[in-house]
Design a protein around this ligand. Structure first.
Ligand code: ATP
Ligand code: MN
Length: 532
């Protein structure tokens, strides 16, 4: 508690404010004040986020303002909000925060490069939220905190209190409202901590392109020869899992920027999926779960406090948040040079895409704009059909400008720095979901090792006639059969049929972008005519 610190400038009179508190203090407060909070057998803080166990993209709103209106790609992702309604929600958040006896403040940085970093202030009501953001942002030193001054952006997390559904433009009791002009984010009706993290990322995705910097939804690491790799991919494709590689220094697992000097991480921590986590398969992440780590929505044994990572009773989206320093091999400060390799991760539940292939620059642009992955259907009996998901820039949910803006910046930077692009399918092999199985993580790691060891420079390739990309025919540590999807399917006819179906989905999706991109990129997409 800092006696001199107050939040009166925001109209918040609450006197007891825990600002950048130590981990033990936050543990004690969490255990005392927040129902269900407990300590795991290895010392992590186990918490519940309440009703919402994932983000609420349909409840995100961006305030329309003449200064930014023409820059934003309005639509289903970036939905507008008028300033008055923003202020109604803002007032509601302030009233709620004022009703509490104590609040938490996290003053910290987003962005490791001092040239581009933002000073972020989180005002929240739960020790869980404070510890989460202290893990995820870059914490200031004591001297930096003393000179922190006024923040660039403020997040008012009043997620414990709902929005009023009768407020104009509100469609549910959850609302996450971003105001670029006031430099504020207001959260109502969701306590899922990821909203704060991805809210800050969304702000960076707006601001960075104004300075010629490319923000990216990717993980990044760097090898012994200082070679940088970035891994793009939608949720669940393996950014966090595959970037934790003991042979390489971790830069970050989710949000980075590419400047004229190289890449920097926006965050100070990682947010890993905990579902089915095991010491054998993901030792780095497993060992990062300790005192200081926030474990969200996991199920544990009530006597031993041992977590059952296979239990998805509360949610599939169980998570662990920990500072980067909990991983052994890290790059600090989290900045490095220009990427030598870019890997697009996709979890193809159709089992059609090869586990590794090499892309031309045009194919890279195509796949970056398409942003393909697939979800497996729900748990209903008999429903096994995968669902294709296309999300531009492998993260459209967090982007603010038109997808082409980011795509053009990426193409230009890749060209300038001679970056090679690869497509890695971490999804199904031996058939689509329901018949085949997810590719062995060991094999995926071996393929990524091969990229890093330049093993694919000296092997034979075959070109996929329909997709146009090149598939290496051998890879150390991986049976050759695995590299060509058709070889892994028993029913070859079914493979062709499924492939044609997937190509159709790619083509249908890309129609919306055809007017805005050049011909070479359109032609770099898959072709139905040559698939058989
Ligand atoms: P988010 O954006 O939501 O953080 P992410 O891209 O970081 O998602 P991960 O957290 O790495 O995704 O999730 C990948 C999940 O898939 C992990 O639970 C991992 O254990 C599992 N998995 C299984 N097989 C593979 C594979 N071959 N490659 C990568 N991940 C795999
Ligand atoms: Mn991740």
């Amino acid at each position: 508690m800092t006696a001199a610190f107050n939040l009166r400038q925001y109209g918040i009179e609450t006197e007891t404010i825990y600002r950048n508190s130590s981990v033990p203090v936050l543990y004690e407060l969490g255990l005392r004040m927040e129902k269900g909070t407990a300590i795991s057998n290895v010392g992590a803080l186990m918490t519940y986020s309440g009703e919402k166990t994932g983000r609420s993209p349909k409840d995100k709103r961006i305030v329309r303002h003449p200064d930014s209106e023409n820059n934003i790609d309005w639509g289903e992702i970036n939905m507008g909000l008028d300033e008055h309604t923003f202020m109604v929600n803002h007032e509601r958040a302030i009233d709620y925060l004022n009703s509490l006896d104590q609040l938490y403040v996290v003053d910290a940085f987003a962005g490791w490069d001092p040239k581009y970093r933002l000073k972020i202030r989180i005002i929240c009501t739960r020790a869980y939220h404070a510890l989460f953001m202290q893990n995820m942002l870059i914490m200031p030193t004591a001297a930096e905190l003393a000179n922190f001054g006024e923040p660039d952006y403020v997040v008012f997390n009043a997620g414990g209190f709902p929005a009023n559904r009768y407020t104009s433009e509100m469609t549910s009791k959850t609302s996450v409202d971003l105001n670029l002009e006031r430099k504020e984010i207001v959260i109502l009706g969701t306590q899922y901590a990821g909203e704060m993290k991805k809210g800050v990322f969304t702000v960076m995705n707006y601001l960075m392109p104004l300075e010629g910097v490319l923000p990216m939804h990717c993980s990044a690491n760097v090898g012994e020869k200082d070679d940088v790799t970035i891994l793009f991919g939608l949720s669940g494709t393996g950014k966090t899992t595959l970037s934790a590689d003991p042979k390489r220094r971790l830069i970050g697992d989710d949000e980075h920027c590419w400047t004229d000097d190289g890449v920097f991480n926006i965050e100070g921590g990682c947010y890993a999926k905990a579902i089915n986590l095991s010491a054998e398969k993901e030792p780095d992440i497993f060992n990062a779960i300790r005192f200081g780590t926030v474990l969200e929505n996991v199920v544990y044994d009530k006597d031993t406090r041992e977590v059952d990572y296979t239990d998805t009773t509360i949610t599939q989206n169980t998570r662990a948040s920990y500072p980067l320093s909990f991983i052994d091999n890290i790059q600090v400060p989290c900045m490095a040079g220009h990427p030598e390799n870019i890997i697009f991760l996709t979890c193809d539940a159709f089992g059609v895409l090869p586990p590794v292939s090499k892309l031309t620059p045009e194919q890279a642009s195509y796949h970056f704009i398409a942003g393909y992955t697939a979800k497996v259907a729900g748990t209903e009996m008999g429903v096994t059909e995968p669902q294709a998901t296309f999300s531009s820039n492998f993260g459209a949910a967090f982007m603010m400008w038109h997808p082409n803006k980011y795509a053009e910046m990426l193409a230009e930077k890749m060209k300038k720095h001679n970056t090679t692009a690869w497509l890695v399918n971490t999804g199904w092999t031996g058939g689509a979901h329901g018949v085949g199985s997810r590719i062995n993580l060991k094999y995926t790691r071996a393929m990524i090792d091969a990229i890093h060891n330049k093993d694919f420079n000296n092997v034979e390739y075959t070109t996929d006639e329909a997709f146009g990309f090149e598939i290496p025919l051998s890879c150390p540590g991986v049976p050759a059969d695995v590299l060509l999807p058709k070889n892994t399917w028993k029913d070859k006819e079914k493979y062709e049929q499924t492939k044609r179906k997937l190509i159709g989905l790619f083509n249908d999706n890309f129609k919306q972008f055809e007017a805005g991109v050049n011909k070479e990129i359109i032609e770099a997409g898959p072709k139905l005519e040559v698939s058989v």
